[in-house]
Write a protein that binds this ligand. Structure first.
Ligand code: BES
Ligand code: ZN
Ligand code: ZN
Length: 508
């Protein structure tokens, strides 16, 4: 879907359908709607009023009306927002999604959203436009490249027209192009996560990184298993050695001219392209879901894609440790003691706690960039799904103010995160008799203990955040603006974090 602005007096507006939203129990539909019927649309006000009279405006309830005499805008699609006093951005996301899905069902090529439809809402118009457009893109996403039958033909809508009577100004125009760019990044993250492990291999992820590097002039370095081992990445290498599929440590860097010496933001994404559990083999039920264990890496690649398209003027480094976790003949074993790149030794208790092992070497490697901030994002623990469910990600780190800011940022963009505490005593679980520490603790506070493990690799002077997306990377059901399947969770958050970094940093 494309976004196009059309600036003209109402009488010159053209579209396959026009979209409006309204609150339940409100005496009148939104002001934008009344204005449109009275100011030159071919719709007589009475007919519209009659058509609307029976409508309830429940959240996501859609009503479709046809113009009494055809005209330049033959259809109105009205979507309910629920009661005004319960309004939040999710209601708008849900309404926009329901409206554009209706357009797709009707195979409408270019429906239109008048800016006035957003101006009557109790939120800032820019934010409503941003979240509305993101919801429109997000809810239309579908992936059927691996199907040869029952696929949809044609893209509907092709264009979402934004209608305004006068020039909307630079800010709103920027918001609309940013929404398109972030959506493409989000889609890349989703696609990579949906792709099964026989397609989305570590080398495939390296190819995608290569494509981004050509497209946006990113610096790219890719280390294979031998190279990683020779560099001292003993923890990453141990996980990789049990698989025949070649591993890749991918380092992708956005360095705008003149920023080569700036301390970068470093994004680290867990890239386990399939997690069997290794020798600590997982049970076979639902094992196919473990193709999603590279969703962290996918989110980082999605963010980098959007950073490339929007030409962010800040240095950002992506580090993606990518490998399968397999129980092959050369696989690492419980009891093995690994020497990590940091020099610290790790006793392996479970080979299924592999995510922290590949991440810890990436975190240590990140120090060579003298980072301003490290963010790692990973489908790290089943415990996080137990604690927070599938719609809220776990958020940990070593700067409370920054955690607070990022939590608020997540709320604003509809990617919810909730803090879990990293008190020092949690580390007691990781004490080992033979090595510096173990890779798993007892069965309690599993997500936090994983966070404590990672914390051992972060110098105190370096701000660090850890996002556990084990629950949020995949949705079994449709929600307001996200179809079931891979969600791409985190791609947008990382992009927005990079865009807003100076504000977040000064207050952190
Ligand atoms: N990839 C899994 C975590 C996971 C679970 C992701 C569910 C997505 C959905 C991770 O590598 C893992 O297996 N973690 C173990 C850790 C345990 C051995 C301490 C877990 O959560 O059981
Ligand atoms: Zn695992
Ligand atoms: Zn895993």
């Amino acid at each position: 879907m494309q976004i196009e602005w059309h600036i003209a007096p109402i009488s010159e507006w053209r579209a396959d359908a026009i979209l409006f939203f309204a609150f339940e129990n409100a005496p009148e539909p939104l002001p934008g709607f009344r204005h449109w019927i009275s100011e030159g649309s071919s719709w007589p006000g009475d007919a519209a009023a009659a058509a609307l009279a029976d409508f309830q405006w429940k959240p996501q309830q859609v009503a479709l009306f046809y113009a009494p005499q055809g005209g330049e805008i033959p259809r109105v699609i009205c979507t309910g927002l629920g009661p005004a006093d319960k309004f939040d951005m999710d209601k708008l996301r849900g309404a926009v999604s329901a409206a554009v899905r209706k357009c797709r069902e009707l195979r409408l090529a270019s429906p239109a959203l008048p800016l006035q439809a957003l101006e009557g809402l109790p939120v800032e118009t820019g934010a409503a436009l941003r979240e509305g457009l993101m919801a429109a893109f997000s809810s239309l996403y579908h992936y059927d490249a691996l199907k040869t039958r029952d696929t949809e033909h044609g893209e509907f809508p092709e264009t979402l027209v934004l209608l305004a009577e006068k020039e909307p100004g630079e800010i709103l125009r920027e918001i609309s192009s940013l929404a398109a760019a972030s959506s493409m990044g989000l889609f890349l993250a989703r696609e990579l996560t949906i792709l099964p492990a026989n397609e989305a291999t570590p080398s495939y992820l390296a190819e995608v990184a290569g494509r981004l590097s050509e497209q946006y002039d990113f610096r790219l370095e890719v280390f294979d298993l031998e190279k990683a081992r020779s560099m001292g990445m003993g923890a990453f290498a141990a996980v990789a050695q049990g698989s025949r599929e070649p591993a890749r440590m991918i380092v992708l860097e956005h360095v705008p001219p003149g920023t080569g010496q700036d301390p970068p933001l470093v994004f680290i994404g867990k890239g386990i392209t399939f997690d069997t559990g290794g020798i600590s083999l997982k049970p076979s039920a639902n094992l196919e879901a473990m193709k999603q264990d590279m969703a962290g890496a996918a989110a980082v690649l999605g963010a980098m894609d959007a950073i490339g398209t929007t030409g962010l003027n800040r240095r950002v480094v992506a580090i993606l440790p990518c490998t399968e976790n397999m129980p092959g003949g050369e696989a690492y074993k419980p009891g093995d003691v690994l020497r990590s790149l940091s020099g610290q030794t790790i006793e392996v208790i479970s080979t299924d706690a592999e995510g922290r092992l590949i991440l810890c070497d990436a975190i240590t490697y990140a120090q060579s960039f003298q980072p301003a901030l490290i963010v790692d994002i990973a489908t790290l623990t089943g415990a996080c799904v137990t604690a927070l469910g599938t719609r809220v990600a776990g958020l940990m780190g070593n700067r409370d103010a920054l955690i607070q800011k990022v939590r608020e940022l997540g709320m604003e963009i509809g990617e919810r995160l909730w803090p879990l505490p990293l008190f020092d005593f949690y580390f007691d679980q990781l004490k080992s008799d033979v090595a510096d520490f173990k890779n798993v603790g007892d069965r309690t506070a599993g997500s936090i203990v994983a966070g404590m493990f990672l914390k051992q690799f972060v110098p105190d002077g370096v701000p660090w955040l850890h996002l556990d997306i084990a629950g949020t990377a995949w949705a079994d059901k449709d929600t307001a603006a996200t179809p079931k399947g891979a969600t791409g969770f985190g791609a947008r958050l990382l992009l927005e974090l990079a865009r807003r970094w100076p504000e977040l940093a000064t207050e952190a």
